[in-house]
Design a binder for this molecule. Structure first.
Ligand code: NAP
Length: 296
């Protein structure tokens, strides 16, 4: 059985490929650059193509039985997703596992959620067997906060008081691989949440404890957050992410009753804890952290 994986050079897709290979699956990865073949696990078939090109996507899907569909957050995310979905439907694949997002139907005002909701709607309307995974906010987003935490001493993500049930990307990749390689997942939608509610203040206090210095949570000024994001991201993306955090604050992004139990059963172990991820991250940063903690 061959599985086509999209997004295989990214954070999640690369881990999904590793988990699939671990489980003995035969994998083809749709990638945009030939160099990807040097970083993918041995034995993975590399297919060069772009998700915006139906001809390439059709050829990539030819001869596979299943599709793991992950789309990047880009302005044409909906078109990319539907091209892959429509062609998978035409070729009558046995299963598509679609990488969506938690609470997608309650965030219709957030562009990248709205794209995913439209793709999920197509999945539910037509007859291609599907499994949907809906991950919460990734722990690993916070790896990019090294300078904010170590230099500025702040945890800047506006998680607010309601907080989020953020999840470890390793659990997401395992869940996707299990859904693709074992029975009983067709027609299912899995919410992928971490085991605790993480408010802005709580996450700041976890980092304070681990770094041995005060990490401040500056609160939720979304106008300045968006302005700050525009320094390093396109303005449409800064707006999209701002709307997502606004939704977190207004509507919450916390696991529903039963979500953790279902995920624990799916994975065969409880979902990973934020504090453990943060500890590993501090260890990985150790030389820099040590420099920061040197008395002056
Ligand atoms: N971050 C979060 O907290 C969070 C939470 C829930 C859900 N999500 C969802 O998770 C997804 C992001 O996953 P990620 O972090 O693994 O993404 P990522 O690291 O940004 O990787 C994106 C992947 O998509 C590929 N890609 C982009 N445009 C493409 C195109 N036109 N044709 C073919 N491939 C293309 C990229 O390939 P190249 O290497 O060629 O660029 C890369 O492999 C998004 O859908 C996001 O909404 C994120």
């Amino acid at each position: 059985m061959k599985i086509l994986v999209t997004g295989g050079t990214g954070h999640i897709g690369s881990q999904v490929i590793t988990e699939l290979v671990k489980r003995g699956a035969s994998v083809r990865a749709l990638v945009r650059k030939q160099e990807a073949s040097t970083t993918l696990p041995k034995g993975v078939e590399v297919f060069l193509g772009d998700l915006l090109d139906p001809v390439a996507v059709g050829k990539a899907l030819d001869g596979v039985e299943k599709l793991y569909l992950l789309n990047a957050v880009v302005p044409d995310e909906l078109t990319q997703g539907l091209i892959a979905y429509d062609l998978a439907k035409k070729l009558k694949l046995k299963q598509i596992v679609y990488h969506s997002v938690f609470k997608v139907e309650e965030f219709k005002d957030v562009p990248h959620f709205a794209a995913k909701l439209a793709i999920e709607s197509a999945l539910r309307e037509f007859d291609l067997p599907f499994t949907v995974i809906r991950p919460n906010y990734f722990f690993q987003n916070d790896v990019s906060l090294k300078d904010a935490l170590l230099k500025a001493g702040i945890y800047p993500m506006p998680l607010g008081a309601p907080g989020v049930s953020a999840v470890d990307t390793r659990d997401i990749a395992e869940a996707a691989a299990i859904a693709l390689t074992s029975d009983g997942h067709l027609g299912k939608t899995y919410n992928l949440n971490g085991p605790e509610i993480l408010s802005g203040k709580k996450v700041a206090s976890i980092w304070s404890g681990l770094l041995g210095k005060e990490i401040r949570y500056p609160g939720e000024d979304l106008d300045s957050f968006e302005e700050q994001m525009r320094q390093s991201a396109p303005s449409w993306s800064a707006f999209d992410i701002r709307m997502m955090f606004q939704g977190y604050l207004e509507r919450g992004f916390v696991a529903k009753d039963g979500d953790i139990e279902i995920l624990t059963k799916l994975l065969g172990h409880p979902p990973r804890r934020y504090e453990d991820f943060a500890k590993e991250t501090v260890e990985a940063w150790q030389p820099a952290a040590e420099r920061q903690l040197q008395p002056v």
